[in-house]
Design a protein around this ligand. Structure first.
Ligand code: ADP
Ligand code: MG
Length: 697
């Protein structure tokens, strides 16, 4: 057995082999994903505390967690709002107030004037002095030999019944075992040397037991070279896992679609506009992929209104030209209907059959649609999730277009495989309206190639955005009246406020009724998620036809809706909405010749992130800038949406903070795949547990 194999054997043993780990503890550890001894080594602290030194009260800064020591000057029960025990202590450099809301008599009696006390806690602002609320403390005896910690204290995420001290003890035992053996390093030595990273065992040891002289700020900031090394490994493991997924997806051949281009030419001749340079470039990338026997896996990014639909239509034409079928999947009925209309307008004149399929369609129509899909009569099928159902059989599906992909998961994409003709995997074009910050695209979407439409169609006027208190509502209503008098159309967006969609829709109904009575002569329409598909379709059709002046809507219109004549949008309670959502909503206007205005109404007072969000939206219409801000304000898990968070739940790496590592990770991954393929699996297993691995790869 080689050294590293021997080490593996020891460290790969069950945690039950460690002293102190009985069946009950074993269960608790399993709950936090620790089964083998080695798992303890890779169970990483979330932050650190410094209990190695005493900070003088004068130097202790608000927000820091520190040890202080001083003499009790006063201990008293006060009733200011709430009964509390206050204990002022001084060390000659300043006074710190300790505040206890829960305390026993014995505790109070123990805090006697003149006693020396040592405390650990977070420093806060207080009325007169700095404060600590419920600090840990110890009243010192005359010859107290209470010593300070030698190393900085790691704080781990724990689970009920398993305390920090206990967990720390087990990790300590695992570290001792690691010292006697050797932890295998799956990152090749040449990569480590090139990047100047420490060895794996050195890094693991440091993060669990950092020496006192290391800066706690650096550790809590996650920038120590040993932390960076581990973050690198983790990002690398995630990246490799996505690459494996991609390889698996591309294992089966895709249909080679090499058309004559005549159909696309005819389409271009009928189209009332010319593609922008960016659209043309992206079309080129897509057609190139479809011309290959490797199934396309491409993410099409473009800001709202950049014209992704027409690009998808061109891709569809290439498949149809080769006598194959296309499926277009939208996240909502509303959007599916709209795509259906666009595709019908564009493609029916060319003799192409377009069919719709949603779960809310009447059964009879559904059956007919299913038949025409199976028989190959329908060239393009447009629908919602219903397209994934088992009973949907295609005659010859060669291309799947998935719109607004953040609502579709990896697993649904895998389902597509079953829909293709025997042995062939349909090409996939995934479109997203919310631009994905580069950092996220590089980490969470390593399994997709990426095309970006970075140019808006000509003649678009940027939307002007104003932020107003809802107290100015009357003036806003007057503005709508004035705009609609000039043949313009407007949206009034009601937020989702309640616990239930039903209540939200009722609220929208009330708003619509009120606005109708305020606006008298104008025609006010309503659309919300609780309406029947036919009602929704009717409302949208009336709005498109100009029969409705003002459309009151819940956020159902967030994604995709395209009515170029609408040039004014009012968003109520905008302070409650996220950046991506606001950007999406606003993207519904500014699509026509006129200059457009978006009014964000808020309920005062607003502060903090809510205020920042409105400022960001007012300040820019650039979706990529907004996406970066969103990422900063909310973090990657939120930005990607719940379905994707699994991809970014990391132990030590943080995509935003560690974004500079991403290109390095990419290069290292290439090298490992080429030269050390056998290291890939153990590296992935070390960092990602079985459920977290993408698509079960
Ligand atoms: P999104 O990228 O948000 O899905 P759409 O595909 O809905 O955007 O396109 C927005 C609008 O712009 C549509 O009305 C579409 O017909 C129009 N459009 C798309 N490309 C162009 C272009 N090159 N020139 C002019 N208008 C275009
Ligand atoms: Mg769209």
């Amino acid at each position: 057995m080689s050294d590293s194999a021997a080490a593996c054997a020891t460290l790969n043993q069950s945690v039950a082999k460690l002293s102190g780990v009985g069946p009950a503890v074993e269960k608790l550890l399993a709950k936090i994903g620790i089964r083998q001894i080695i798992d303890l080594l890779f169970y990483l602290p979330m932050r650190y505390e410094d209990r190695t030194r005493i900070t003088s009260i004068g130097a202790a800064q608000v927000g820091q967690r520190v040890v202080i020591e001083g003499v009790i000057e006063l201990a008293d029960i006060v009733f200011r709002g709430r009964r509390a025990l206050i204990c002022n202590i001084s060390d000659g450099t300043g006074v710190m107030a300790l505040r206890f809301f829960y305390f026993s008599n014995a505790q109070k009696n123990n805090l006697r004037r003149g006693s020396r006390i040592r405390c650990f806690g977070e420093v806060r602002f207080g009325a007169r002095h700095k404060e600590m609320i419920h600090p840990e403390y110890r009243v010192l005896k005359d010859n107290d030999s209470q010593v300070l910690e030698k190393a900085l204290t790691p704080i781990y995420p724990v689970t009920e019944g398993l305390h920090q001290a206990r967990l720390r003890q087990f990790i300590g035992r695992a570290l001792a075992l690691m010292r006697t053996t050797q932890l295998p390093d799956w990152v090749p030595a040449e990569v480590l040397t090139e990047l100047g990273f420490p060895d794996i065992d050195q890094a693991v040891l440091m993060v669990h037991a950092p020496p006192a002289e290391i800066s706690i700020d650096q550790l809590n900031g996650g920038t120590h070279p040993c932390q960076r090394r581990l973050a690198f490994d983790e990002l690398l493991a995630h990246h490799l896992s996505l690459r494996l997924l991609r390889e698996r997806l591309q294992n089966d051949p895709g249909p080679v679609l090499r058309g004559t281009g005549q159909l696309i030419e005819r389409f271009y001749r009928h189209l009332p506009f010319e593609l922008t340079t960016a659209q043309q470039r992206v079309v080129g990338e897509i057609l190139h992929d479809m011309d290959s026997c490797r199934p396309m896996l491409r993410l099409l990014q473009g800001d709202v209104g950049s014209g992704k639909t027409v690009v998808a239509a061109v891709a569809a034409l290439r498949a149809i030209e080769c006598e194959a079928q296309v499926a277009v999947m939208a996240p909502t009925e509303l959007l599916a209907d709209q795509h259906l209309r666009s595709f019908e307008d564009w493609l029916t004149p060319l003799g192409i059959t377009v069919a719709g399929l949603t779960s809310k369609m009447p059964a009879k129509i559904q059956r007919e649609a299913l038949q025409s899909i199976k028989a190959g009569v329908a060239d393009v099928v447009i629908g919602t999730h219903a397209l994934f159902q088992e009973r949907v059989e295609f005659a010859n599906l060669a291309l799947a277009v998935v719109d607004e992909q953040h609502r579709f998961g990896v697993h649904q994409r895998l389902l597509l495989k079953a829909k293709g003709p025997a042995g062939l995997f349909p090409h996939q074009l995934v479109m997203t309206a919310t631009p994905i910050p580069r950092t996220l695209a590089m980490s969470a979407y390593a399994d997709l190639d990426c095309s970006v439409i970075d140019e808006l169609p000509p003649g678009r006027k940027p939307v002007q955005t104003v932020v107003m208190s809802e107290q100015k509502r009357e003036a806003v209503v007057a503005r709508i009246a004035a705009a609609c008098a000039k043949e313009q159309q407007a949206y009034w967006v009601c937020p989702l406020v309640g616990e239930s969609e039903v209540l939200d829709c009722e609220a929208a109904e009330v708003t619509a009724a009120n606005l109708q009575s305020e606006l008298g002569r104008l025609s006010v329409g309503l659309i919300h998620g609780q309406m029947k598909p036919a009602q929704k379709e009717r409302a949208m059709a009336d709005f498109v036809a100009g029969k409705i002046d003002l459309l009151v809507a819940t956020t159902v219109i967030e994604v995709g809706v395209d009515v170029p004549n609408a040039s004014l949008m009012v968003i109520e309670n905008a302070e409650r909405m996220g950046l991506a959502q606001l950007h999406q909503l606003r993207g519904r206007i500014g699509r026509g010749e006129r200059s457009s205005t978006c009014v964000l109404l808020y309920k005062p007072p607003i502060q903090g992130n809510a205020r920042k969000r409105l400022e960001v939206i007012r300040g820019t219409t650039d979706g990529f800038v907004i996406a970066e801000e969103d990422l900063r304000l909310r973090g990657p898990g939120e930005v990607l949406g719940t379905r994707q968070t699994g991809r970014l739940q990391m132990r030590i790496a943080e995509v935003v903070r560690d974004s500079d590592l991403l290109p390095v990770v990419q290069r290292a991954a290439e090298r490992i795949m080429r030269r050390h393929p056998s290291n890939i699996r153990p590296l992935i297993d070390r960092w990602i547990d079985a459920q977290g691995q993408y698509g079960g790869v």
